[in-house]
Design a protein. Structure first.
Ligand code: DX5
Ligand code: ZN
Length: 216
């Protein structure tokens, strides 16, 4: 049985106060801190890299769920491990050898996640699932916060959940109090949300609601 894990995306936070924003989210009940790493090549946006994770690490005990939207993810495994990342999630579309990469991530002491873009069929993930700690089914095109949730991606979550009842299945992009039930019903248990948490009047209530719906 999988448990609900709520992962606020710090992409929607005030980067100038990153450590405080992380602590605020944990105090409000977050399970994971979702860090969006973008290289301006795999996606048309540029955010942060291992040096920021390294600076942040001494300031938080939170689980750093690092989502690497980068080309050549192999290049960054050592740096993210040294920086103190807890989970290294690469994109299936960015590598030619996911199996070797998963082993490399584990050998460096991190959990391994694999992300799938909206147009990538889910069956490409099946062979890797027994080795993976988490699969991330993107519900927007990666690159930016604040986009609309794509409900069509829920079929992929359903198929994955049917085959892997114990797998952590993360959804990321446009999740909010309106669509959380659809995502939870499909079988997602790790919920990433940037805008809907950080822009809420009461972010803690949104985290609480997500957890309640996923746990039902
Ligand atoms: C998008 C990122 C997401 C993003 C989610 O490429 O992977 O994590 O921050 O933000 P919202 O919840 O605003 O769609
Ligand atoms: Zn993300």
């Amino acid at each position: 049985m999988v448990t609900a894990k709520i992962a606020p995306s710090l992409l929607s936070s005030d980067f100038a106060r990153l450590a405080d924003e992380c602590e605020r989210m944990l105090t409000l009940g977050a399970d994971y801190l979702h860090m969006d790493i973008m290289d301006g090549h795999f996606v048309p946006n540029l955010t942060l890299g291992a040096p920021i994770i390294k600076s942040l690490r001494p300031h938080t005990k939170g689980f750093l769920d690092c989502h690497l939207m980068v080309s050549n993810p192999e290049q960054w495994v050592d740096d993210f491990a040294d920086a103190g990342a807890d989970l290294f999630c690469f994109h299936y579309e960015a590598t030619n050898n996911a199996a070797v990469l998963i082993d490399k991530i584990h050998a460096k002491g991190m959990k391994a996640g694999m992300a799938i873009k909206p147009n990538t069929p889910i069956d490409v993930a099946f062979e890797f699932c027994p080795k993976l700690d988490q699969v991330l089914v993107m519900t927007v095109e990666p690159g930016f916060g604040g986009q609309a949730f794509m409900p069509d991606c829920m079929q992929k979550v359903r198929e994955l959940r049917k085959r892997f009842p114990d797998l952590d299945i993360e959804v990321d992009g446009g999740l909010d109090p309106e669509n959380i039930e659809v995502a939870a019903e499909a079988g997602a248990n790790v919920i990433v949300a940037g805008s809907s948490i950080f822009k809420a009047k009461s972010p803690g209530d949104v985290i609480l609601l997500f957890r309640k719906v996923v746990s039902e």
